[in-house]
Write a protein that binds this ligand. Structure first.
Ligand code: ADP
Ligand code: MG
Length: 348
């Protein structure tokens, strides 16, 4: 489905490991004050003064986390960055550096890795983080990418999953369910393509949800917004596995319950009509679909005037005493227990 725009195929063996690393990383510039030494030594050197440091790592494996038959490598590089940066923002921190490690088989030519790194470089520039190192090794089969992101936060400003209190408002950024429905469209088109490689599907009505799947964004802007409006959430998490499993994390770690109102959950019109097309319930998708990389946070009632009416922030419920449990209040005012059906990395 993805056209091969770059027919040149330079075998990696032509360069060797050191030339390859040099080639892939030569354009990365250092822009963060905290980066003292980036790529090119045994280790990077960072200096953060009095700040606290947050660190997060993710591992992406071909065939498990991504399918190169419809994910362009440039998007993959971009997404590998975004999913990690999202974890840093979910701590209310500013992302500053990343390291990138790759294991690659000789099935990939140099041009493929250039594409991957073009996506990494685009994200590094947009999110203003320095690429300060990594590791490069061979793999017998697929592609493996691991990104470690580093960020900084003033003492006392980090937001954990454990700080929610009963009566706090539950707030979600943006809209949810799009990435999952985008994946359904891509999977469907992959099947169509297998039968008829000449097919040229018109996907223009699904552009938003496909983009949510292939090119998600991390909510750096929300961390800046929270600072501007002077709101420190009481707890926060990013939505990688779906609303229900994330809200369960907040509740369990904060020892509170929750009521979520079905009619408040923000859905894009493309999510709604694609759910109708696939004959699935959009609330189920919002609760259990994953990979939206929005932020889910709790905010004290006192701060409500500061967030009220902000188009980026939707109040979808409130926290309760732990013994009240975790519930979805449906449009017909029924209370349904929330259970984690989110994507489970260890399930077959
Ligand atoms: P070492 O033998 O100490 O592991 P390497 O030759 O692997 O050193 O790495 C040389 C430099 O290049 C280091 O600064 C390392 O962090 C960086 N580096 C290696 N691989 C990558 C990569 N895939 N992306 C970014 N930087 C890398
Ligand atoms: Mg190395």
């Amino acid at each position: 489905m993805i056209e091969d725009k770059n027919p040149q195929r330079t075998p990696l063996s032509e360069l060797g490991e050191f030339k390859l690393i040099e080639h892939l990383t030569e354009n990365f510039k250092v822009t963060q004050k905290s980066t003292i030494k980036g790529i090119g030594d045994d280790a990077a050197v960072l200096s953060f003064g009095k700040k606290q440091i947050v660190v997060s790592t993710d591992l992406l494996i071909e065939g498990v986390h991504f399918d190169l038959s419809y994910v362009p490598l440039k998007h993959l590089g971009y997404k590998a960055m975004v999913v990690n940066l999202s974890d840093i923002y979910a701590m209310n921190a500013k992302a500053t550096q990343v390291t990138i490690s790759i294991a690659v088989s000789n099935r990939f030519p140099l041009e493929a890795l250039e594409e991957l790194y073009a996506g990494i470089a685009t994200a590094a520039q947009l999110y203003n983080v320095d690429v300060i190192g990594g590791d490069t090794t061979s793999s017998t089969s697929g592609l493996v990418i691991s990104v470690t992101a580093i960020g900084e936060v003033n003492e006392g400003e980090a937001v954990l999953r454990s700080g929610a209190k009963p009566n706090d408002l539950l707030v979600v950024t943006g809209d949810i369910g799009g990435a999952y429905m985008g994946l359904q469209i891509l999977e469907r088109e992959k099947e169509v393509f297998k039968v008829n490689p000449q097919s040229q599907p018109d996907l223009s009505m699904y552009t938003y949800i496909i983009e949510r799947q292939l090119k998600p964004e991390a909510r750096k802007d929300i961390i800046e917004l929270l600072q501007q409006i002077d709101v420190k959430p009481t707890s926060m998490i990013d939505i990688s596995d779906g609303l229900s499993s994330e809200v369960i994390h907040l509740c369990k770690q904060s020892k509170v319950g929750v009521d979520i109102f079905e009619n408040k959950i923000p859905l894009d019109p493309q999510v709604i009509f694609t759910c109708e097309e696939f004959n699935i319930d959009s609330t189920t998708i919002a609760l259990n679909g994953g990979e939206d990389y929005e932020l889910l946070m709790t905010v004290s009632q006192e701060d409500f005037p500061k967030i009220k009416g902000n188009p980026n922030l939707t109040v979808i419920g409130y926290m309760t005493d732990e013994d009240r449990g975790m519930h979805l209040v449906t449009r017909s005012d029924e209370k349904i227990p929330i259970i984690a059906k989110g994507w489970n990395a260890l399930k077959d």
